[in-house]
Design a protein. Structure first.
Length: 228
């Protein structure tokens, strides 16, 4: 969240715009626009100290030396899941059969053991769904386990690719989001360009105003010189 972080640094530190721009990966004019409240979007500040991205000592070093370049801190190590069955919240456990049925229907190449680890279920349940002997089979509707919150898209994609490779078949590619992703990138690019344009216009207007004031005051300064 570079813009939100830049907003917080502008409001809470004495760092230069150049330092903030480099740390956040923004154009200096974007930082200027945030500081002048002329940015296209009003951002809520995000504290990089609480996010473990900066320390107060690092900020103090930057405030003391405008040429100092801030160094991002290494965040806390992510908690790694230990071996064992995946934990599923009680509220989602009733969705497991639906997620398993979806995998069995769409990716029959995935083994029962792999499904068991991904969803956090038993081989007995999977087999009951395979042969349709599950006690609730009449009410089970295959649903994407990612949509159900039983696993992440990355985990499912990795499992599908691994199973496809082992089975000697080509892994399917999901192109559903390609159009949305391209549209989002284009929208962000336009917003960034618009922000820079607004900042440049604001700076130009300020410079023009200063120039106009200087022009108005110049005759008076000349008259004072003649009187003297």
């Amino acid at each position: 969240m570079p813009h939100a972080t830049a907003s917080w640094l502008v409001d809470n530190t004495a760092l230069s715009f150049d330092q903030i721009a480099e740390f956040c990966g923004l154009h200096i004019l974007e930082v200027q626009a945030i500081a002048d409240d002329t940015a296209a979007t009003k951002y809520t500040g995000r504290d990089p100290v609480r996010a473990h991205e900066l320390t107060q000592d690092e900020i103090h070093k930057g405030e003391a030396n405008p040429d100092y370049r801030l160094k991002i801190s290494k965040g806390p190590e992510p908690v790694r899941r230990t071996k064992g069955p995946r934990y599923t919240p009680v509220s989602k456990r009733q969705d497991k059969p639906d997620g398993i049925a979806w995998i069995l229907r769409n990716h029959p190449e995935i083994s029962d053991g792999a499904i068991s680890k991904l969803i956090g279920t038993t081989r007995t349940t999977i087999q009951a769904l395979r042969d349709r002997s599950h006690w609730n089979i009449a009410n089970i509707v295959p649903k994407d386990p990612v949509t159900l919150g039983l696993c992440s898209q990355r985990e499912l994609d990795a499992l599908v690719a691994k199973a496809a490779k082992k089975a000697g078949i080509e892994a399917p590619t999901d192109e559903r989001l390609d159009g949305d992703r391209a549209a989002l990138i284009e929208e962000l690019r336009r917003e960034r360009e618009d922000t820079i344009r607004r900042a440049e216009e604001a700076m130009h207007a300020e410079a023009q105003a200063i120039s106009d004031v200087a022009t108005i005051l110049d005759p008076f300064s000349n008259n004072e010189g003649h009187v003297g």
